[in-house]
Design a protein around this ligand. Structure first.
Ligand code: TYD
Ligand code: MG
Length: 436
């Protein structure tokens, strides 16, 4: 402006630079370490086994890949009311000797106290804080320097510098990246709880999944007591692992022998049921596969699956047609894996194909028989991994016969009461299953 509108003088305006507050994220206002970073050759990087924090929860440890890694950020997602808060609170309460800070933006301290009473575990090392302002949270973190930080939930915290309200994409992203920086600088593991939208993805930005080290999904049906903790992403372990819990009056109970819940107690005399000796991750299971084959009422037959890959089912049906001579072209085929589980193990093939045939022929498979084996395109049964574990699990659960792929055993000859039958082709298996 040339002329001052107030006094009428010319050229009296002086330029002054307004330094825009660089919007430093709250974490930068506190220095958490004097860590210096520089490029290093691989040979100088020490790769000693990281000291993981044992969460004293078998299932959680398993899904995390052996415990919490220092400086890692773990996101636990799930629908409202599924038990996320219960899971984290219960975990830190069990962690005696590890100073943890549980920050809740959703419940009051009193509510937390009530929940802790329900869990009936006491722990003096566990501190609770109700706060949603990230700056304040870091202030407290600096004071207590916890060994584990929990944020419940990431959608409720906000960074002051930003205009948008908590829960919006910008806020969630900013807060999460501040927390990530905090974790990396201080070496403190951080657990974030996140909500899930109707369509099942973690609410807020997808970007959250990219910046954290591990994403665990807590799922289950509100109508059932069982909850499954599933690794979706894990930089420090396998995502094939699942943890199983049961919601009880006093919190979540670990389920260490899931096979028992995945088997219908009594399916004698039902056709279309086959028991698979499957592996999820490194864990053996016996899972019931159910199939229903019925004559198609319309021109195009339906193929519908729950918990199993639909394309894989189509392939298996083609094998059944071509290699075993069963015409399913005019039939609707439904396939269901019990317990709401999604199984990716190819060793399920033999059980699936047998269940389909059992329903189609309306002949029951003996309830003491379990199956495992991958089915190849020419109808051959191919070896599966971890056969010993599958055999032991079937034996442990009292099955009296297990069909396994030929040449899979390779010298495994532990004395067991279970009868192990090697099968080479699907037709061999069918002869054993359906001809008595
Ligand atoms: P909560 O952990 O609050 O779910 P989220 O944080 O995922 O929203 O748990 C909610 C449900 O769990 C609630 O409906 C009550 C039930 N519950 C039990 O059945 N037993 C218990 O001991 C506790 C603490 C909760
Ligand atoms: Mg909650």
């Amino acid at each position: 402006m040339g002329k001052c509108p107030a006094c009428g003088e010319w050229s009296t305006f002086v330029e002054e630079l307004v330094r825009k507050d660089s919007g430093s994220s709250p974490v930068e206002r506190y220095s958490f370490s004097e860590m210096r970073n520089r490029p290093l050759p691989l040979s100088e990087i020490k790769a000693e086994e990281e000291q993981r924090i044992n969460t004293r929860d078998e299932e959680l440890n398993r899904v995390l890949g052996g415990g919490l890694v220092p400086a890692s950020v773990v996101l636990i997602g799930g629908e409202p009311g599924i038990g996320k808060s219960t899971l984290v609170l219960q975990t830190i309460l069990k962690l005696k000797g590890v100073r943890s800070l549980y920050v809740s933006g959703e419940e009051s301290v009193r509510q937390l106290k009530l929940r802790a009473d329900r869990l009936s575990i006491e722990n003096e090392d566990c501190l609770l804080l109700c706060e949603t302002n990230l700056d304040e949270i870091f202030k407290h973190v600096k004071e207590v320097s916890p060994q584990l930080l929990i944020i419940d939930s990431i959608q409720t915290v906000y960074t002051e510098g930003l205009e948008s309200s908590p829960g919006t994409i910008t806020q969630v992203r900013e807060s999460a990246s501040s927390l990530l920086k905090f974790a990396k600088q201080s070496g403190t593991p951080v657990i974030l709880v996140g909500h899930i939208t109707k369509d099942g993805s973690i609410a807020g930005p997808k970007i959250l999944e990219h910046i954290v080290d591990a994403v665990l999904q807590f799922e289950g049906d509100q109508h059932y007591m069982y909850r499954i903790l599933r690794g979706i992403k894990n930089r420090f372990g396998s995502t094939a692992e699942i943890g199983i819990y049961e919601m009880s009056q006093s919190g979540l109970r670990e389920v260490s022998n899931p096979s028992e819940l995945l088997l219908t107690q009594n399916h004698d005399g039902l056709s279309g049921v086959a028991i698979a000796a499957a592996i999820e991750g490194i864990r053996p299971f016996l899972i019931e596969t159910q199939s229903l084959v019925s004559t198609s009422a319309y021109g195009t037959p339906q193929r519908s699956t729950t918990g199993f890959d639909a394309r894989r089912l189509n392939m298996l049906l083609a094998v059944l047609e071509k290699r075993a001579g069963f015409k399913l072209i005019q039939k609707d085929v439904f396939l269901n894996i019990a317990g709401g589980l999604k199984v990716n193990d190819p060793g399920m093939d033999l059980a699936v194909i047998s269940a389909v045939l059992s329903s189609s022929l309306d002949i029951t498979i003996d309830s003491g028989t379990a199956l495992c084996g991958e089915v190849g395109l020419s109808g051959e049964i191919r070896p599966v991994n971890r056969i010993e574990q599958r055999i032991q699990e079937a034996d442990k659960l009292g099955f009296n016969r297990l069909l396994v792929p030929v040449n899979n055993l390779k010298g495994y000859n532990k004395k067991l009461s279970i009868d192990i039958v090697e099968v080479k082709k699907v037709s061999d298996a069918f002869r054993l299953l359906f001809s008595e």
